[in-house]
Structures are given as structure tokens and as C-alpha cells.
Design a protein around this ligand. Structure first.
Ligand code: ACO
Length: 317
């Protein structure tokens, strides 16, 4: 089966910056508590006119422009999100209309919480291999600030909003591997008691921490084995940006080189499905990710779910 390579990225951040100092005026917390426990210093939050779909459209438009492709060349559009403004139309369908993507191609959303972007890439890979076509548009987008209880200090300090988009190309003989998994659990819950309620996020932080430090190194080792690579072959590891300490545990467990592990949660907080594509886009923008480089992306989150992938960047900017 052919693999995917990353061709171009796009990103969009909402207009309101919320610092730890701002939150310490809202709930009983402090900049010191938040930075030492999580590494987060600020996060971007949607203004009234912004939501996960408006951010997704902006990020997707930029990725498509950077790729140099015509909209007609995109064979599928998959958006990962747990905070779409409406269940239907999906974010992906809104992107299809806004960008004028062809109508005879699939467009749909995936919800695998913070692992969603990896799940969406795996879905796009399968679609290109079964339905045909060469290029996929995959987006991760969230407006989690709308789903936290602003009075709950155990969650409102953690999450932020944003979107990242990627154009991927199906190609022969490229390094590519994916691993996905799930373990049904209420450790992170969004919604309920009725199915369509948008009750705020609740989370057993300690249980999720333990789950993350167990899952991330395993995911990374799996994609390395499947692609017959070693950690030394990787230029970058881009983990889900939930908590700096979780990434540090992963580095320690693997005896890895810390400088290979990109971190940006200080500026964005945890943007769930958007965190990995936002990181990829920032790395391209800041000339950190270069054409020909190999990277692994590792996500974990609500569900519980996890996912890892290994691929190369064949950049267009
Ligand atoms: N400010 C100040 N104190 C706080 C805050 C806050 N914002 N939040 C909690 N505390 C208090 C607690 O009440 C507790 O007080 P107590 O000892 O008097 O009871 C104390 O700080 C310690 O709380 P813990 O929960 O034990 O803190 P911990 O060190 O575990 O850090 C954290 C909490 C940051 C949430 C951590 O557990 C974590 O990062 N877990 C993983 C979360 C994650 O990665 N989620 C990703 C998935 S999200 C998704 O999929 C949507």
C-alpha cells in the first residue's frame, strides 16, 4: 500500500489571548501553579464571531494555497474535532463549500479527541488507497474554550482554541506508518447527560497523566518498528501538546534527545485535535521543519484514544 507524505500546512489562531494572569483573576489559581504543572503560559480563545469551523476554513485555505494545488485536485477532506459548531453540517462539509472542493469526493468529521488528527490522517490514507486520488486535506480544529466551565480551575487553565491543516500526498516507497487504539473510559468526558448536551469537560487529570506516559512511548516505538526506523532516524517528534511534563516523561523513558521533541503548549495550551497540526504549521513557518525530514506525531486523549504516525515532509511553502 502506498504511504502519505506531508506537502503543505496552514494554521489559524483566534483573536483573543488569555494569559495565566487573566485566569488567576477568574478562578483560584496562579501563573506559578499552571506553568510548573503544565508548561502553559497563555492560550488563544475564540471571539464571538469565531468557532472551530471558521478557524478550520482559514487554516485549510492557507494549506491549499501553500501546496500550489487546485481545489479540484483534493480527493478527500477530513476534519478532526470534538467542538464543531454543529454536528451537521460537519466542519469538513463547511470547508468543502468554502474552498470549492469537488462535490464528488468525501468530506466528514472524525472525533477521537486529542488523537483526532492522527485518526483523520489514517482515514484519509485509507480513502485515497480505496477510492483513488492523490491529495488529501486533513484538518484539526477546536473551540474548547466554549466547552470548559470557566469556574472549574482543574480544566479551564488547560485548554485553548485553534486550527491546523495539512495537505498530504499519496506516494510510492515513502516511509509511512500509523498506529491507532482506544480504551473506552470516562476519564475525560465532554457532554451529557443527554447525548446532545454540551456539558463542560470533566477530567480525572491524574488518570489521564498515567495513561499518557504509558501510551506515548509505546505508540512511538510501534511506528518506528513498522517503518523499520530508529529514534536516531527521526528529525522531529511532535507530541500532542497537553502538558510539558508528559512529554518530558516520554523523553526520559525513551532516553531520547530532548531537542527533537517540539513543544509549544506555553503559547497555545491543549488544543486537542488541533495541537499536532498547529505545531507542524509553526515548525514550517519558523523554518524548523525542512523538506526531506522525517517526523513522528503522537497523540492521546479522550475516549480514551491514542495514535501515532511516521512520515516525511516534502514541503511546499
Ligand atoms: N490552580 C491551582 N490549584 C489547582 C488547579 C489550578 N488550576 N487545578 C487543580 N489544583 C489543585 C487541586 O485541587 C489539588 O489540590 P488539593 O491537593 O488541595 O486537592 C492540587 O492542585 C493538585 O491537583 P492535581 O490534580 O493532583 O494536580 P496534578 O499535578 O495531577 O496536575 C493536571 C493536574 C495538570 C491536570 C495533570 O494531572 C495533567 O496534566 N493531566 C493530564 C491531562 C491531559 O493530558 N489531558 C489531555 C487529554 S484532554 C482531551 O482529550 C480533551
Amino acid at each position: 500500500m502506498k504511504g502519505l507524505q506531508l506537502l503543505a500546512t496552514g494554521g489559524a489562531l483566534p483573536g483573543r489571548v488569555v494569559t495565566n494572569e487573566d485566569l488567576s483573576r477568574q478562578v483560584d489559581t496562579s501563573d506559578e501553579w499552571i506553568t510548573t504543572r503544565t508548561g502553559i503560559r497563555q492560550r488563544y480563545c475564540c471571539t464571538e464571531s469565531e468557532d472551530a469551523a471558521t478557524l478550520a476554513i482559514a487554516a485549510a485555505r492557507q494549506a491549499l494555497a501553500r501546496s500550489g494545488l487546485a481545489a479540484s485536485e483534493i480527493a478527500c477532506c477530513v476534519a478532526a474535532t470534538l467542538s464543531a459548531p454543529t454536528a451537521t453540517p460537519s466542519v469538513a462539509c463547511r470547508v468543502q463549500a468554502a474552498l470549492g472542493l469537488p462535490e464528488n469526493r468525501p468530506a466528514f468529521d472524525v472525533n477521537a479527541a486529542c488523537s483526532g488528527f492522527i485518526y483523520a490522517i489514517a482515514a484519509a490514507h485509507g480513502l485515497l488507497n480505496t477510492l483513488g486520488g492523490r491529495y488529501a486535506l486533513v484538518i484539526g480544529c477546536e473551540a474548547l474554550s466554549r466547552m470548559v466551565d470557566p469556574a472549574d480551575r482543574t480544566t479551564c487553565v488547560l485548554f485553548g482554541d485553534g486550527a491546523g491543516a495539512a495537505i498530504l500526498e499519496l506516494a510510492e516507497d515513502v516511509p509511512f506508518a500509523v498506529t491507532l487504539g482506544a480504551r473506552g473510559s470516562e476519564a475525560i468526558r465532554v457532554g451529557g447527560p443527554a447525548a446532545c448536551d454540551t456539558a463542560p469537560i470533566t477530567m480525572d487529570g491524574k488518570a489521564v497523566f498515567r495513561f499518557a506516559v504509558e501510551t506515548m512511548p509505546r505508540c512511538l516505538q510501534t511506528v518506528l518498528e513498522r517503518s523499520q526506523k530508529t529514534l536516531a532516524d527521526l528529525d522531529w517528534v511532535v507530541c500532542h501538546q497537553a502538558n510539558s511534563r508528559i512529554i518530558d516523561h516520554c523523553i526520559k523513558h525513551l532516553h531520547a534527545e530532548p531537542s527533537k521533541f517540539y513543544k509549544n503548549m506555553d503559547r497555545h495550551g491543549n488544543t486537542s485535535a488541533a495541537s499536532i497540526p498547529i505545531a507542524l504549521h509553526e515548525m514550517v513557518e519558523n523554518d524548523l521543519l525542512h523538506p526531506g525530514q522525517t517526523l513522528a506525531c503522537i497523540g492521546f486523549g479522550g475516549g480514551l484514544t491514542w495514535g501515532g504516525m511516521l512520515l516525511t515532509y516534502e514541503g511546499r511553502k
